[in-house]
Design a protein around this ligand. Structure first.
Ligand SMILES: Cc1cc2nc3c(=O)[nH]c(=O)nc-3n(C[C@H](O)[C@H](O)[C@H](O)COP(=O)(O)OP(=O)(O)OC[C@H]3O[C@@H](n4cnc5c(N)ncnc54)[C@H](O)[C@@H]3O)c2cc1C
Length: 383
């Protein structure tokens, strides 16, 4: 077995790390406080090539493997969850479905600008009454002549209402199957289409500098050709997209945990109580040892899942495991890190306070931890 990264992957990691330290870290706390999506850092991330990383050169992508994209996401998450969310949702959820299921016309129309980071695209699965039970989608799309007429709403959609959002992919009921179950299809809806409104959501505890939106469709007409792939394949497309998306949530857990660990180690060596650095107390040193151990395990499980994906092998179970494990590792690391910071860890002037809040989403978004356990249990024959 060869655990080494390629030279290109090492170079990518170093360049994204330097970029994140220089361009994101200095502004992350203020953006979080102001609950502000930054078009400036978005532009810089785009210039670095953080969008369309796994897309072929034909559509102006970076033509890298999935692991490289995951490493880049991990490095952004090491300094800030919100920016990592913009990148992860932009790639896995925004670009992914169009790239993997879109027609040539759709790909040519949307991908070049998405890969350049000039535009973003939302992934509209969740609804007010269809969260974990995503198959219970209520939004409808009725074919009338040459157009789909869409009615319904979506909630919590990342990158759904920025100034540069070019559109969203929405899962809709397009009919009823012979067995009585709903027929679900994905439809591409461009921003600015009459009857489509995207409203930014405020008041988040975490990822406060990432854009989260409610989408409303009120007799929204889009051309018949805007269906993504064959009619009735929508649920399958969304679930397959989430397999890849879960790896990027895993990357956010891993990178975030790494950030927590580094902050805790630095603080524990600097903070003196009872005449010595608090890292000299075994209870704190053991916390740091546990964090380091779990981060190592998280990296192994996540990179293995990426390796499976890059080698066209089944990876649904491993993606669920990586998502579940990495997010829970970040939870434990953030908790330990705040504990090591004592009272200062609860103050906004310390970045660990933001990491402690940001980690919570990872156990909820793209399938909660409970849902990941259901996926794993089913795939091992336990359910
Ligand atoms: C900041 C943010 C960004 C997001 N971005 C997107 C996005 O871009 N696109 C998108 O489509 N969605 C997005 N989401 C939505 C997210 O994926 C959902 O919140 C998540 O899937 C859970 O759905 P829910 O919130 O409706 O919770 P519910 O499904 O109502 O779950 C509530 C609780 O019940 C548990 N539960 C539910 N069913 C079961 C079961 N069968 N067995 C055991 N326990 C169960 C859950 O695990 C959870 O603990 C985002 C959410 C947030 C907060």
């Amino acid at each position: 077995m060869d655990y080494s990264l390629s030279m290109e992957q090492e170079i990518l990691r170093n360049s994204v790390r330097q970029f994140a330290e220089k361009e994101i870290k200095p502004v992350a706390r203020e953006l979080d406080e102001k609950e502000m999506f930054s078009y400036e850092t978005m532009k810089k991330m785009a210039e670095l090539g953080l969008f369309g990383m796994f897309v072929s050169e034909k559509y102006d992508g970076q033509a890298m493997d999935y692991l490289s994209y995951i490493i880049a996401t991990e490095e952004i998450a090491r300094v800030d969850g919100s920016h990592a969310a913009t990148v992860a949702a932009g790639n896995s959820l925004g670009i992914g479905p169009i790239y993997y299921y879109g027609s040539d016309v759709q790909k040519e129309r949307y991908l070049p600008k998405l890969c350049a980071g000039e535009t973003l695209w939302g992934f509209g699965l969740t609804e007010p009454n269809a969260g974990s039970d995503a198959g219970n989608t209520q939004t409808t799309a009725e074919l009338k002549g040459d157009e789909w007429v869409i009615n319904g709403s979506k909630i919590f959609i990342t990158n759904g209402s920025t100034r540069i959002t070019a559109g969203v992919t929405a899962l809709c009921r397009t009919g009823t199957r012979d067995d009585g179950r709903p027929e679900l299809s994905c439809i591409l809806i461009e921003s600015g289409t009459p009857g489509f409104e995207a409203r930014e959501m405020h008041g988040k505890m975490m990822w406060r500098a990432s854009n989260t939106s409610e989408l409303y469709f009120d007799d929204c007409h889009v051309p018949k050709e805007n269906i993504l792939g064959p009619r009735g394949n929508g649920f399958y497309q969304m679930m397959e997209t989430l397999d890849g998306g879960r790896l990027s949530i895993g990357a956010m857990g891993l990178g975030g945990a790494q950030g927590c660990f580094e902050m805790a180690l630095k603080y524990a060596k600097e903070r003196v109580q009872f005449g010595k650095p608090i890292s000299n107390f075994q209870v704190n040193a053991f916390k740091l040892a546990d964090m380091s151990l779990e981060i190592e395990c998280a990296r192994l499980i996540l990179y293995k899942a990426c390796w499976l994906r890059d080698n066209d092998k089944p990876f649904t179970k491993e993606a669920a495991m990586a998502k579940l494990y990495c997010s829970e590792v970040m939870y434990r690391c953030a908790n330990h890190a705040v504990q090591i910071h004592g009272g200062y860890g609860l103050m906004k002037e310390y970045d660990i306070e933001r990491f402690y809040r940001d980690q919570k989403l990872l156990e909820i978004g793209e399938g909660t931890s409970e849902v990941q356990r259901i996926v794993i249990a089913r795939l091992i024959g336990g359910l």
